[in-house]
Design a binder for this molecule. Structure first.
Ligand SMILES: Cc1cc2nc3c(=O)[nH]c(=O)nc-3n(C[C@H](O)[C@H](O)[C@H](O)COP(=O)(O)O)c2cc1C
Length: 364
C-alpha cells in the first residue's frame, strides 16, 4: 500500500527543503535502535543492513526522520563544492511501465501517468542541485551529532565533482572531486560516497563517469589519498557491457571500500500528447527512471559485483539499490549478495518500509 510521500512531488525542491519532510515520516513515531549492533558496514557497527540512498533525504530534517523510522544507513542527497540550481519543477513524475524496464523499453521512451499507483515507477530530474558549502556542512554536522544518540546508524555524505567552467581541465575536475570529499570529511560524516553515476560529468560528454574506468580510478585514488581512513564508496549505474564493468572493478575496487549500484535507468519521458514531459531544453527529454521496474537491473549488478569480487579476491562491500518497495525485494537483494540494501522510491511512499523489513527478516 502506498502512503503519502515524505518528499512531496507537487512542491518544488526548495519548498521540500524548507518545509519537509511531509506526512507520516514525521508522525512522531520513533523506532528505537537495537541494544546490540549485529551487523557492520564499511568497518562500522550497524543495526540492520537497510537504508535510503542519495536523493530523497534533502537535509538534516529528512535524515533525522529517516533514522527515527529505522532506516539505519541514510545517505544525504548529493552535494557539490558550489551552489547549483535545481532543474525547473516538476522534478518527479509517475510513469507507465509494463513489467521490468528493460533497456529496450527504456530506449523507446515512457509516458507519464496521472497518479502515483503501484507498480511504483517514477522519473526524477533535479540536476543534482547544491546549497552553498557552509549550509550543507553545518547541516550534515548536525545530522552526525544526532546520530550520536542513535548508535548503529551510519551517516553517509554523497559528493560529486563538477566541471564548473567550459574551459575546466581534467585537473580542475579532479581537484573539484577531491575538494568536495575534503569538505564532506570536515562534517564528521561516517562515510563518503562519490557519485560516479551522474550524467555529463565524465570525460566524454553525456557518458557517465563510471563508464570511464581511467578517470574514475584517478578520482578515486586522489580522494582516498585526501580522506585517509574515512571509508569511501562509489555509486555506479547499470553496465550493459561486462568488459567495461570488469575494467572499472579492476581499476577502482582496490581503492574503494564499497560499490553501490544502481542509479536510475535513463529514458525519454513523454506526456500524453507525445511531447517532452519535463519543462526546459531538449536535454531534459531524457531523465532517470526508478522504482519497482528497475529492480532487475540492481539485482543483476549486485550478482555481477559479487562474482567479480570473488574472482579478483577483493573485499569491497556491495550496496544494492533499485526497485525495493516491499520486504521480499530486500531479501532478494540480500540473497543476491548485497551487504546493505537501500530504497529511494519505495521508502518515499512508505515510511514504515524499514520497520516492515525488520519484522519480516529479523536476522537481515
Ligand atoms: C527523488 C529522488 C532523488 C534522487 N537524487 C539522487 C541524487 O542526488 N544522487 C544520486 O546518486 N542518486 C539520486 N537518486 C537515485 C537513487 O539514489 C537511486 O539510485 C534510484 O532512485 C534507484 O533506487 P529506487 O528504485 O529505490 O528509487 C534519486 C532518486 C530519487 C527518487
Amino acid at each position: 500500500m502506498l502512503h503519502a510521500p515524505f518528499f512531496d512531488p507537487t512542491k518544488s525542491y526548495y519548498e521540500n527543503w524548507e518545509k519537509g519532510p511531509f506526512n507520516e515520516f514525521t508522525d512522531g513515531t520513533v523506532f528505537p535502535v537495537e541494544k546490540e549492533q549485529r551487523f557492520t558496514f564499511l568497518g562500522q557497527k550497524l543495526n540492520y543492513p537497510f537504508g535510503i540512498p542519495a536523493g530523497p533525504l534533502l537535509n538534516s530534517h529528512f535524515m533525522k526522520a529517516a533514522m527515527e523510522k529505522g532506516f539505519d544507513v541514510p545517505v544525504y542527497k548529493t552535494v557539490r563544492t558550489r551552489i547549483k540550481k535545481c532543474n525547473d519543477w516538476p522534478n518527479v513524475l509517475p510513469v507507465i511501465v509494463d513489467g521490468d524496464l528493460t533497456l529496450e523499453k527504456a530506449k523507446k521512451g515512457l509516458t507519464v501517468k496521472d497518479d502515483y499507483t503501484e507498480p511504483l515507477a517514477i522519473t526524477n530530474s533535479f540536476g543534482n542541485p547544491s546549497y552553498p558549502v557552509d549550509v550543507w556542512q553545518k547541516d550534515i554536522a548536525e545530522t552526525v551529532a544526532f546520530a550520536r544518540t542513535r548508535p548503529g546508524q551510519i551517516v553517509v555524505g554523497m559528493v560529486e565533482g563538477t566541471r564548473w567552467e567550459k574551459e575546466s581541465t581534467e585537473q580542475d575536475f579532479i581537484y573539484d572531486w577531491v575538494l568536495a570529499a575534503q569538505l564532506m570529511k570536515e562534517t564528521g560524516a561516517h562515510a563518503i560516497e562519490a557519485n560516479f553515476s551522474c550524467p555529463n560529468e565524465g570525460d566524454r560528454v553525456s557518458r557517465l563517469l563510471c563508464f570511464d574506468a581511467e578517470i574514475s580510478q584517478k578520482i578515486a585514488e586522489r580522494i582516498k589519498n585526501k580522506i585517509g581512513d574515512l571509508p569511501l564508496a562509489i555509486k555506479i549505474s547499470y553496465f550493459e557491457d561486462e568488459t567495461e564493468l570488469r575494467s572499472l572493478v579492476e581499476k577502482v575496487a582496490p581503492i574503494v571500500d564499497g560499490i553501490s549500484a544502481i542509479n536510475t535507468i535513463p529514458a525519454p519521458v513523454y506526456d500524453k500528447e507525445g511531447k517532452q514531459a519535463l519543462p526546459g531544453g531538449p536535454w531534459r527529454l531524457k531523465s532517470g527512471i526508478c522504482g519497482a521496474p528497475v529492480k532487475w537491473a540492481g539485482l543483476d549488478m549486485v550478482r555481477r559485483l559479487k562474482k567479480l569480487r570473488e574472482e579478483f579476491g577483493m573485499t569491497y562491500e556491495i550496496v544494492g539499490v533499485g526497485g525495493v518497495t516491499i520486504p521480499a525485494d530486500f531479501k532478494e537483494y540480500r540473497d543476491a549478495g548485497a551487504d546493505v540494501v537501500m530504497s529511494a522510491t519505495g521508502a518515499m511512499w512508505n515510511p514504515y518500509l524499514a520497520k516492515e523489513i525488520k519484522e519480516a527478516y529479523p536476522n537481515g
